[in-house]
Design a protein around this ligand. Structure first.
Ligand code: C2O
Ligand code: CU
Ligand code: CU
Length: 451
C-alpha cells in the first residue's frame, strides 16, 4: 500500500514487482482493490496493480524474454494488454479474441520478447471505463539492447482521476459526454501525485518519458523553462529529433523528451511541464535543481530506430476508414443490458463480443502485405486511433505530407485525416479502436484480421 505523505515535495518510489528467479525480466503482478491517498488528506478506493498507485514500472529489454505472472484478485474478470508491443496474438490480452478472460482468483502467465525499445504501457482490456479509470494503468519500458547514456530516465504517467475534492468518486462516464469528448476527470496527476516536484543535478541529461494513461483527456503538452527535444513519439524514436514546442498526446499516447537540466530554476526560469487549455497552462510536474555539484555538459545521446518493417507504399493497398457519430440505443449487450451507441467505424458500431459471439472484422488483411489506412474523422471530436500488434508509419496528416513517423496510435483532430501505412506481418485478430475509453465502449471499436 502506498502513502504519499510527502506528496507535494517528493516522488514515490515505484513499487517493485520483480521476481528474483534466474530469469532476468520476471515479474509478478496482481490486480486488486486498494485504498490510497490521491487527493491529499483523503483516502480513495482504487483498483491497482500490486495494490499500488502508481503501478509498478515493468522494465524489459529489447530482444530479451519477459515473463509476467498475473493474478486477478478483483471480483470480476480481466486481462492485461501490452499497449504498443508487436508481440504474438496469444499474449495481446484481449478477452475472447486472443485469450479467455482471467477469472477472479486465476493466474495467467504472459510471456513475450519485445522487438522494439521504447515507452509503452499496460492496462486491462475488459470493463475498461472502470478498470482503467480507477487505476489499472502502468508503464512498460523496453530498454534498448544497447542502452543510451542518459543521466536520468524518468517515467511520468499522466492521469486525471474522477475524484472530487474529498477524494470521493464521481461518475466515470456520463452519456452526454460519452457522445462528445468523453467524461473528464478532475484531479490531475503525474504518477498519482498532483504536480509533483522532481529534482536533478544541473547538467543532467534527462530522458523524460511521458505516457497519457487517461481514459479521456488529450494533453497539449509544453515544457517551460528549458529547451527540450522530441526524441520519440509513442515509443518509437523519431528519425531526426526536433525542438519541442507543444505536442498533443491523446489517451494511450506517449512522448519522450530529452533536455539538459539548467543550472538555475526559479520564478520565471523554473522548469514546468504543463498542459494547455486555450490560453492557459496547468502544471503537471515541476523540476528543480538538486544541491549536488553540476555535471559537465555532455551531448544528448541519440536513439536507434526500431526494427519495424518498412511498408512498400507503391504496392500497398489502401483501406478507407470513416469514423462517424450516430446516436442509438443498442437493444442488448452480451450481458443482457442495453447500452448506448454513439460512434461508428465505416457505418458500423461495435456491439461487443462474448465467448460464442465474435463479430466480423472491419478489414481482412493478407499476411505480409503492405497497407495504407486512410483515416477520416467525420466528427467534431478528436479520436486517438489505435491498432494492436503493428506499428503505423504516418506520412500524411490532414491532407499534407509530414515527416514520416512511427506510432501505434494516430490522433485525428476535429474532422482530421491521416494516412498510416504498415506491413501486416503479425498474424491474428487485432483490436482497432479509439482510445478515448468511452468512445470505444460506445461503438468506436473493431478489429482487423491478418492471415
Ligand atoms: Cu491501449 Cu486496445 O489498447
Ligand atoms: Cu494496444
Ligand atoms: Cu474517439
Amino acid at each position: 500500500m502506498s502513502t504519499f505523505g510527502l506528496a507535494a515535495v517528493a516522488m514515490p518510489r515505484w513499487s517493485l514487482a520483480r521476481v528474483d528467479s534466474g530469469i532476468t525480466y520476471h515479474y509478478r503482478l496482481t490486480a486488486e482493490v486498494a485504498e490510497t491517498e490521491l487527493v491529499p488528506g483523503f483516502r480513495s478506493s482504487v483498483l491497482a496493480f500490486n495494490g499500488d498507485i502508481p503501478a509498478p514500472v515493468i522494465r524489459a529489454k529489447q530482444g530479451q524474454p519477459v515473463r509476467i505472472e498475473f493474478t486477478n484478485k478483483l471480483d470480476e474478470p480481466t486481462t492485461i494488454h501490452w499497449h504498443g508491443l508487436r508481440i504474438p496474438i496469444a499474449m495481446d490480452g484481449v478477452p475472447f479474441l486472443s485469450q479467455k478472460p482471467v477469472m477472479p482468483g486465476e493466474t495467467f502467465v504472459y510471456e513475450f520478447t519485445p522487438p522494439d525499445a521504447g515507452t509503452f504501457w499496460y492496462h486491462p482490456h475488459m470493463n475498461s471505463v472502470e478498470q482503467l479509470g480507477k487505476g489499472l494503468v502502468g508503464a512498460l519500458i523496453v530498454e534498448e539492447a544497447i542502452k543510451p547514456d542518459f543521466d536520468i530516465d524518468e517515467v511520468l504517467i499522466l492521469k486525471h482521476w474522477h475524484l472530487d475534492k474529498q477524494g470521493q468518486w464521481k461518475a466515470l462516464t456520463r452519456p452526454r459526454y460519452a457522445a462528445r469528448m468523453g467524461t473528464p476527470g478532475e484531479w490531475g496527476t503525474a504518477n498519482g501525485i498532483n504536480n509533483p516536484t522532481l529534482s536533478y543535478r544541473a547538467g543532467s541529461r534527462v530522458r523524460l518519458r511521458l505516457a497519457n494513461v487517461d481514459n479521456t483527456m488529450t494533453y497539449n503538452l509544453r515544457l517551460k523553462g528549458v529547451s527540450a527535444e522530441v526524441i520519440a513519439i509513442d515509443g518509437n524514436p523519431v528519425s531526426a529529433p526536433f525542438v519541442f514546442e507543444q505536442h498533443k498526446i491523446g489517451p494511450g499516447m506517449r512522448l519522450d523528451l530529452a533536455f539538459i537540466m539548467p543550472a538555475a530554476t526559479s520564478g520565471d526560469d523554473s522548469v514546468v511541464l504543463e498542459y494547455l487549455l486555450g490560453r492557459f497552462g496547468f502544471p503537471l510536474a515541476n523540476f528543480t535543481v538538486s544541491s549536488e555539484s553540476p555535471l559537465n555538459i555532455r551531448p544528448i545521446p541519440r536513439l536507434m530506430m526500431n526494427p519495424i518493417p518498412v511498408p512498400d507504399l507503391q504496392a500497398a493497398e489502401t483501406v478507407a476508414f470513416a469514423f462517424e457519430w450516430e446516436g442509438a440505443i443498442s437493444p442488448v449487450d452480451e450481458d443482457g443490458k442495453t447500452h448506448d451507441t454513439f460512434w461508428l467505424i465505416n457505418r458500423r458500431p461495435w456491439q461487443g463480443m462474448g465467448p460464442g459471439n465474435i463479430p466480423e472484422p472491419v478489414a481482412d488483411l493478407k499476411l505480409g502485405k503492405s497497407y495504407i489506412f486512410d483515416l477520416k474523422n467525420n466528427t467534431q471530436y478528436h479520436h486517438p486511433i489505435h491498432l494492436h500488434g503493428h506499428t503505423f508509419l504516418v506520412f500524411e496528416m490532414d491532407g499534407k505530407a509530414v515527416t514520416p513517423f512511427y506510432t501505434d496510435t494516430v490522433l485525428l483532430g476535429k474532422n482530421g485525416r491521416a494516412k498510416a501505412a504498415f506491413v501486416a506481418d503479425n498474424p491474428g485478430s487485432w483490436m482497432y479502436h479509439c482510445h478515448v475509453i468511452e468512445h470505444m465502449k460506445t461503438g468506436l471499436m473493431g478489429y482487423v484480421r491478418v492471415s
